[in-house]
Design a protein around this ligand. Structure first.
Ligand SMILES: Nc1nc2c(ncn2[C@@H]2O[C@H](COP(=O)(O)OP(=O)(O)OP(=O)(O)O)[C@@H](O)[C@H]2O)c(=O)[nH]1
Ligand SMILES: [Mg+2]
Length: 224
C-alpha cells in the first residue's frame, strides 16, 4: 500500500523530522584561553562590534552567531586565573572548543599549554572539535602559528580533531577561516549522528557581559 503523507500521524511525523533538522543546525561553541588572549575581541569583530573598547571578561558572554545555515551558540568565558576553575561549568554539551592564544605572549605559552592539556583531558569535552586561534598576528614579534602549534604540543593530540589558524581580531584576518572550519567539522559530526542540540538562542549582534555564574542552564542566558 502506498504511504499516506496526508494522514494526521504522517503530518506529525514530518513536523518532528523538520524540527529535529532545524535543531541539528545549532552548535554549542566554547571560547576559552588565558586572559588577554583576545577571545572577546574576536567575537566582537565577527559580530561587527567595536573592537576598540573591550574590557576583561569577569564572568561570561553568550551570543548567537549565524554562519550560513548554522547557528553557533557561543560561550565566551573569562580567562583570568581566578576564573579558570569556573570553566568546567560550561563544558556540558560542547560541540567545539575555540582555544585562543596571544601569539605575542611567549612568556605565558607554557601556562596556555598546561591549561589546554587539562581541558582536553576533561571527559565532558571528549569528542569536541578543537580550533586554536593563534591571535594577534598583527603585532610585530608575534610567534608564528607553527611555533604556537609546537609550544602547545598540538601534533600529539589524538583525542580531538584539531586545527590551528593564525588570526588577528583587530584586522579580522583568519577569523572566517577558523570559524568556517569549526562549522564544517561539527556539522558533519552532528548530521552523521543525528544528535539533538539545545534550545535556540536569540541572535544578536553585540557583546554584553554577565556576572560570574554558577553553572548556566543550557540556552538560558541570552544576549549580546
Ligand atoms: N594587536 C592586537 N590586539 C588584540 C588582538 N586581539 C585582542 N587584542 C587586545 O588584547 C586585549 C585583550 O583582549 P580581550 O578580547 O579582552 O581578551 P580576552 O581573551 O577576552 O580576555 P579575558 O576576558 O580576560 O579572558 C585587548 O586590549 C584587545 O584590544 C589582536 O588580534 N591584535
Ligand atoms: Mg574576554
Amino acid at each position: 500500500m502506498a504511504p499516506c503523507f496526508s494522514s494526521p500521524t504522517a503530518q506529525r511525523l514530518l513536523t518532528i523530522i523538520r524540527k529535529n533538522k532545524a535543531r541539528a543546525r545549532e552548535m554549542r561553541v566554547l571560547f576559552l584561553g588565558l586572559d588577554n588572549a583576545g577571545k572577546t575581541t574576536i567575537l566582537k569583530r565577527v559580530t561587527g562590534g567595536d573592537v576598540s573598547s573591550v574590557s576583561p571578561t569577569l564572568g561570561f558572554n553568550i551570543m548567537s552567531l549565524v554562519r550560513g545555515d548554522h547557528t553557533l551558540n557561543v560561550w565566551d568565558v573569562g580567562g583570568q586565573r581566578t576564573l579558570r576553575p569556573y570553566w568546567r561549568n560550561y563544558f556540558e554539551s560542547t560541540d567545539a572548543v575555540v582555544w585562543v592564544v596571544d601569539s605575542s605572549d611567549s612568556l605565558r605559552l607554557d601556562d596556555a599549554a598546561a591549561e589546554l592539556r587539562a581541558l582536553l583531558s576533561e571527559e565532558r569535552l571528549a569528542g569536541a572539535t578543537l580550533l586554536v586561534f593563534a591571535n594577534k598576528q598583527d603585532l610585530a614579534g608575534s610567534l608564528s602559528h607553527e611555533q604556537i602549534r609546537d609550544a602547545l604540543g598540538l601534533e600529539a593530540i589524538a583525542s580531538h580533531k584539531w586545527r590551528i589558524v593564525p588570526c588577528s581580531a583587530i584586522s579580522g584576518v583568519g577569523l572566517d577561516e577558523g570559524l568556517d572550519w569549526v562549522v564544517g567539522e561539527v556539522a558533519g559530526r552532528l548530521y552523521w549522528s543525528g544528535r539533538k542540540t539545545e534550545a535556540a538562542v536569540v541572535a544578536s549582534s553585540d557583546v554584553e557581559q554577565s556576572a560570574v555564574a554558577p553553572a548556566p542552564a543550557a540556552g538560558s542566558a541570552v544576549h549580546v
